[in-house]
Design a protein around this ligand. Structure first.
Ligand code: DAH
Length: 344
């Protein structure tokens, strides 16, 4: 047996292999079920007890050596295969990384903000997790107004006087601005808002708004109308007309809803404007004296106007997208449509 072990050791040392196949053949020859090393291990049972210790040790060494040698061969075959592989073709075109584009909601939000910046408005932002005071109380919402109910608002914490909630509109940023900024104030406040709505083509629980606020001495409804007309013409084209319909918001008095002439049929009536020739774009009004007072502004000295619009709504009208859900699903086929739509 001793000689057999030495013989195999020698053979292992001289073993060569040119391919993975030959390495595998060598493995089977020595270590396979019927391999030479395996056969010796089996013979070990017949070794005289006084020699078992010595031979056992030798056999273990042999097995280890065989495994190591096979691994070594495997590694060197792999190395030489890599070295022999054809060199890369440097003239091949590279992988392309398609350029992303801005999301249509970001594009329109930026367009709205840019238009008002041209008119001299600053930009203000506020927290998305707000308190009841800034979203409702300071904006003159009566205590039992339905917007204060669970079914319309996502509450973060309840059970105390000023619960935390996800803001339902960016009008809360008006309040924060009035609290800290010296007068006169001229700001637009873009941001994300949250409402407890079932998701459909026309409603979503997350969307974006741009709020506007202008407070100074002698600000009138005529100033409001002019600001909105200028905005509408920048946004939808120089021929655009606006009309205002009386409405109600707790934080403005008087309040109005603004429609623009339909930019598809130019007032003739189509299915986008449902045959009316007009499209609703925002709410607005003169800031209610109670709102000014709540933020420490004297309504006898100052007056102001405010307006608020939905960014997705403006984007829908600009690009005739008839399902709000497209804006949140991140379907590349939809997003790719806006790759070049960066201009007003
Ligand atoms: N906050 C209103 C909403 O979310 C929008 C709005 C209407 C804002 C009239 C205003 C405004 O500032 O004057 O529906």
């Amino acid at each position: 047996m001793k000689e057999a072990i030495e013989q195999i050791m020698k053979e292992l040392a001289g073993l060569k292999a040119a391919s993975q196949k030959e390495v595998e053949e060598a493995r089977i020859r020595f270590l396979g079920k019927k391999g030479e090393v395996t056969a010796l291990m089996e013979q070990f049972r017949t070794v005289a007890p006084e020699l078992k210790r010595e031979y056992g040790q030798k056999l273990n060494e042999l097995k280890k050596a065989a495994n190591a040698r096979i691994e070594e061969l495997k590694f060197s075959v792999e190395e030489s295969e890599v070295a022999q592989a054809p060199k890369e073709d440097l003239s091949m075109p590279g992988d392309s990384f398609p350029l992303g584009s801005r999301h249509p909601v970001s594009i329109v939000r930026q367009q709205i903000v840019d238009i008002f910046r041209k008119f001299g408005y600053d930009v203000a932002e506020g927290p998305e997790i707000e308190d009841d005071y800034h979203v409702f109380e300071a904006l003159n919402f009566p205590p039992n107004h339905p917007a204060r109910e669970m079914q319309d608002t996502f509450f973060v914490s309840t059970g105390h006087v000023n619960p935390l909630l996800l803001r339902t509109h960016t009008s809360s940023v008006q309040v924060r601005t009035m609290e800290k900024q010296p007068l006169p104030i001229r700001v637009v406040c873009p941001g994300r808002v949250f409402r407890n709505e079932a998701i459909s083509a026309r409603a979503h629980c997350i969307f974006h708004q741009v709020e506007g606020l202008y407070i100074d001495k002698d600000v009138t409804f005529a100033d409001l109308k002019q600001a909105i007309l200028l905005f509408a013409r920048e946004m939808f084209g120089p021929e655009t007309q606006i009309r205002m319909r009386p409405s109600y918001f707790p934080f403005t008095e008087p309040s109005a809803e603004v429609d623009v002439s339909c930019n598809i049929c130019h007032g003739k009536g189509c299915n986008i404007c449902k045959g009316t020739g007009w499209l609703e774009i925002m709410g607005c009004g003169m800031v209610d004296p109670n709102v000014l007072k709540a933020s420490g502004i004297d309504p006898n000295e100052y007056s102001g106007f405010a307006f608020g619009m939905g960014v997705e709504r403006i984007a829908m009208l600009k690009w005739q997208v008839n399902d709000l859900r497209h804006y949140f699903e991140n379907d590349m086929r939809f997003l790719g449509e806006f790759a070049t739509a960066t201009e007003v």
